[in-house]
Ligand binder design. Structure first.
Ligand SMILES: Cc1cc2nc3c(=O)[nH]c(=O)nc-3n(C[C@H](O)[C@H](O)[C@H](O)COP(=O)(O)O)c2cc1C
Length: 340
């Protein structure tokens, strides 16, 4: 395979529940959950995409001529760029592709490592939706981040112990999944976690803990109080609450409140290197990408993931070069501007 268009065209033949749109913006799949859409009217997924359209880059090309370096640090591990694969589970159920979550993770984790970065993996109602991806991370020396749903104590504990045993770099927990109706009504239900419960979770994982699904300064402060090492500013791809703010709507105020005290990641409809640049300029330490990387796996397996990251890396490099940024830390607030 040569390029992203070929990967996407190939994905169309297998991902029968996704329209594989050239621009993945949440419009065509509004309300399709299960499926790949946003919940209800689908407006939260659409909002993620639209928020990014209101931020533009400030060009500055009168600069020195050295090469751009996109590398960054993830809890002591060097990555080629601060962009990671978001946890996605239920590939068969949501995409209609003939691939279980273990196989999906084989391609995703390997592809991310070959691209010089890392994958977060998912979790679900069936134990194998967590254990199969975790086995893949373990096989790759722990280079990945399992994401544990906010289960009750026993179900959380065995997963945290398995993650520790696999030697993972960090553990994430998607606290916003507590609102997912199918998981609330399952035999081992998820539930809301307060600061005390998150503190217990932090003790259990004994690794850097990233709280996924924070969307307010108040939420960020609570994650910090619980001892979290990072937050992922996210509305879960618009899948947990309709008419919801996007991560980019609240990123800057969260950065002002907690920057330097914990790592700040963001996700939601990031589709290009310029999108990534916008988040970094507002103070994020990294960006996660979900749906397009799922299609990269479905359409091109390991190679598809590598091709997708080549595209994002080149776009990020171009954006940095044209704004006078030689390294990731040069991407500062003055490099972007909000427009109506
Ligand atoms: C089909 C599907 C399955 C998902 N499964 C999970 C999951 O198991 N755990 C989780 O934390 N987030 C899950 N997410 C949310 C993503 O991790 C991420 O927050 C979101 O998709 C990012 O937006 P993007 O896909 O528009 O890039 C899922 C999203 C989709 C579309």
């Amino acid at each position: 395979m040569e390029n992203w268009n070929e990967v996407l065209n190939q994905a169309k033949t297998s991902a029968v529940k996704c329209r594989c749109c050239p621009i993945c913006n949440g419009l065509a799949c509004r309300g399709e959950t299960p499926g790949v859409g946003g919940k209800g009217s689908g407006s939260s997924f659409v909002r993620n995409f639209e928020s990014l359209r209101h931020i533009l880059l400030v060009m500055d090309t009168i600069v020195s001529n050295e090469e751009v370096d996109t590398s960054a640090d993830f809890f002591g591990h060097k990555v080629s760029l601060p962009v990671y694969a978001a946890p996605i589970s239920g590939i068969k159920q949501n995409y209609g592709a003939e691939m279980n979550d273990g196989e999906y993770s084989e391609y995703l984790v390997d592809g991310c490592l070959k691209a010089g970065t890392l994958a977060f993996t998912g979790d679900g109602m069936i134990d194998a939706m967590f254990t199969d991806p975790l086995d893949v991370i373990k096989k790759h020396g722990g280079l990945g981040v399992p994401t544990i749903k906010p289960w009750s104590k026993d179900a959380f504990t065995w997963r945290a112990e398995a993650a520790k045993e696999a030697g993972v770099l960090a553990v994430a927990t998607d606290v916003d999944a507590s609102g997912l109706a199918n998981l609330r009504n399952s035999t081992t239900p998820v539930g809301f976690k307060d600061v005390d419960s998150l503190q217990e979770i932090k003790q259990l994982v004994a690794k850097p803990l990233i709280v996924k699904g924070v969307l307010s300064v108040a939420g960020a402060m609570k994650a910090l109080a619980a001892g979290a090492d990072g937050i992922l500013v996210s509305n879960h791809g618009g899948r947990v609450l309709d008419d919801c703010l996007s991560g980019m709507d609240v990123l800057e105020e969260i950065v002002e409140a907690v920057k330097g005290r914990m790592k700040i990641f963001v996700d939601g409809a990031f589709r290009s290197g310029t999108d990534v640049f916008k988040a970094l300029a507002l103070g994020a330490d990294g960006v996660l990408i979900g749906r397009p990387l799922s299609l990269a796996v479905i359409g091109g397996h390991v190679e598809g993931v590598e091709i997708y990251f080549q595209k994002i890396t080149q776009e990020l490099k171009d954006a940095m070069a044209m704004t006078g940024c030689k390294k990731i830390t040069d991407i500062t607030r003055d490099k972007v501007r909000f427009i109506d």
